[in-house]
Ligand binder design. Sequence first.
Ligand SMILES: CC(C)(COP(=O)(O)OP(=O)(O)OC[C@H]1O[C@@H](n2cnc3c(N)ncnc32)[C@H](O)[C@@H]1OP(=O)(O)O)[C@@H](O)C(=O)NCCC(=O)NCCS
Length: 144
Amino acid sequence: MIVIETHHRASPELLAATNHLIPQLSSSFAGLTMERLEAVLVHESVTFFVARADSAIVGLLTLAMFPLATGLRAWIEDVVVDTSARGQGAGDALVNAAIATARDAGARTVDLTSRSDREAAHRLYERMGFVRRETNVYRFSLDN
Ligand SMILES: CC(C)(COP(=O)(O)OP(=O)(O)OC[C@H]1O[C@@H](n2cnc3c(N)ncnc32)[C@H](O)[C@@H]1OP(=O)(O)O)[C@@H](O)C(=O)NCCC(=O)NCCS
């Protein structure tokens, strides 16, 4: 059974899970210290979701919400499920929990980006009702 939790304080367990799981999403991830993880988790705009299966952490998702003149917006980032636990609904449960939190907070939209080769992710998001937008995503790298 998959259980979803939210966390607003860092712990050794969360740090170990983050440093194990995020490299399965990003090859450039250098690893976090406890202080950096704590800074993310205590931020008022951030809700950090954890999926557990048989008490072990198997997945993560970060939801960021921020107010704009056009309404409260929500972004889903850093969605990852351990290779050993994929296909059991953890991704679905994490995204569902994030949508429910955004809805309860009054967000107008939930956005995310996903690289074109992430086929399992696209299948998951489209199955859950995300609609692909025709837009360009730009990035200005600040290198910090
Ligand atoms: C995308 C990801 C989070 C989905 O997690 P998950 O827990 O496997 O999600 P679900 O079990 O809810 O299944 C989602 C889809 O994954 C695919 N899937 C199913 N079994 C799978 C398996 N054993 N291995 C890989 N993908 C599988 C299926 O297409 C499934 O959709 P379906 O149920 O409609 O067939 C996970 O594959 C992952 O971490 N991928 C690498 C990182 C990544 O791409 N993150 C998303 C960034 S935008």
